[in-house]
Design a protein around this ligand. Structure first.
Ligand SMILES: Cc1cc2nc3c(=O)[nH]c(=O)nc-3n(C[C@H](O)[C@H](O)[C@H](O)COP(=O)(O)OP(=O)(O)OC[C@H]3O[C@@H](n4cnc5c(N)ncnc54)[C@H](O)[C@@H]3O)c2cc1C
Length: 380
């Protein structure tokens, strides 16, 4: 009789939660640990919504991951009877002959993604509520849209527990690493846990937990998010009339209409200052509000004077090149480090979780694209 492998996953965000669920479904005994809970207000997976889209410039690997993730989002929301994916499309606005955006088109075609490229005149015809000044063309993906964020993390945890997984709401610290192995993890209630393998999916905290190996290879930055109230009874700016959008024409804003009746979400994708995810001040700045309002009124003239109805401060957990990190700890091969979502990780959660579960249980090497070697760390 074979015994089930025992795995501890630390972090119940988009990466850790789905990893724990996939490990469990593949027959492991899994304990999931999170200091503040899935999609909590400090986590990078917190808040209401995230965009899902497949346009990734020349990076084929993400297009394939999104395609798999979309399939898994659909299957699991059906399984749980919970709506998490809102298929409202996503419009990626391009200013000029941007090589990154030009690279997207053949890759989307090759991957079978449903999309159209729309020239300026067609954009003006289809979306009269948008001022397309400075936009030459756009990619409109019809299977794109938005995902519920914190609620999806909650759904994953509930699914995990319903299928027999164990959850502990505690802080975990890695044990001492010596002779190629880690001596378990220490929990904030004073207990310790030992397992066959460990997955640390601690988002913006990963550098703090592994200062030598990760350190500032994952840098949290402060990001402000605003929700503006739409005019009463006006569907032009809700998810009935507008797709999610990413503006690459100059200002790097993106937005999501609807958000469960919360308003039109707008955020600047430019990286803010370095941020402490545990104790950082989460009050939005006046400059941030003004910049968002300027963009809103320029791109969506019908939203002029719209009230700010909600705001929050989140953080991106940026790797140096913006690509995910999925690898073994160089001094302890049974310890996996998973993170570096870099402002685009959420949508990939189910596919990253599946990939990590496969690496852990099948004793495989990660794709070099996600390896620590890429970030200047060599395996010991
Ligand atoms: C404002 C904003 C907008 C974004 N927009 C998009 C988007 O539109 N589309 C998209 O795909 N992605 C987007 N992202 C990125 C995406 O949300 C993140 O990359 C992703 O959620 C990161 O998930 P994670 O599991 O790595 O980290 P987290 O969600 O931060 O999860 C880490 C978890 O680890 C726990 N933890 C940390 N340390 C410990 C410890 N020592 N012990 C126990 N638990 C611990 C934390 O409590 C936390 O729950 C956005 C991010 C932000 C902030």
């Amino acid at each position: 009789m074979t015994t089930k492998p025992r795995i501890v996953v630390i972090g119940a965000g988009a990466f850790g939660g789905w990893t724990a669920l996939h490990l469990l479904r593949r027959g492991a005994r899994v304990i999931l640990v999170d200091a503040w809970g899935p999609g909590n207000a400090r986590a990078s997976s917190g808040g209401e919504t995230r965009i899902i889209r497949a346009s990734y410039g020349p990076d084929r690997i993400y297009v394939q991951l999104v395609a798999r993730a979309l399939q898994l989002w659909r299957e699991n929301e059906q399984h749980w009877q919970r709506k998490l994916y809102h298929r409202i499309g996503c419009l990626r606005m391009v200013g000029s002959d941007d090589p990154y955006e030009n690279a997207t088109v053949p890759i989307l075609r090759e991957a079978g993604v449903a999309f159209e490229t729309l020239p300026h005149a067609e954009l003006v015809r289809r979306f009269p509520q948008i001022n397309f000044e400075g936009v030459m063309w756009a990619v409109l993906e019809s299977d794109a849209g938005y995902l519920k964020a914190r609620r999806a993390c909650e759904a994953v945890l509930e699914g995990f527990q319903a299928e027999g997984g164990e959850f502990r709401a505690l802080r975990a610290d890695p044990g001492r690493i010596a002779s190629g192995r880690m001596a378990g993890i220490r929990l904030s209630d004073g207990t310790a846990l030992e397992a066959d393998q460990y997955v640390f999916a601690c988002g913006p905290w990963l550098g703090e937990l592994f200062p030598d190996v990760i350190g500032d290879r994952i840098k949290p930055t402060r990001q402000e998010v605003f929700l503006f109230g739409t005019p009463a009874g006006d569907a032009r700016f809700t998810d009935d009339g507008l797709p999610a959008f990413i503006d690459r024409s100059g200002p790097q804003f993106y937005g999501i209409p609807g958000n469960q009746w919360r308003g039109l979400k707008l955020a600047d994708d430019d990286r803010g200052p370095v941020f402490d995810p545990t104790a950082g001040d989460r009050m939005p700045t006046n400059e941030g509000i003004e910049a968002a309002r300027r963009y809103l009124e320029f791109r969506f003239p019908g939203m002029k004077g719209a009230p700010l109805v909600e705001a929050r401060v989140c953080q991106y957990e940026n790797s140096r090149d913006g690509h995910f990190i999925v690898d073994r700890h160089p001094d302890a091969p049974a310890v996996w480090l998973v993170g570096g979502g870099s402002g685009h990780g959420f949508k990939h959660g189910p596919a990253v979780g599946e990939m990590v579960a496969g690496l852990v249980l099948d004793d495989k090497s990660p794709d070099p694209f996600f390896s620590l070697a890429r970030h200047g760390i060599k395996l010991g």
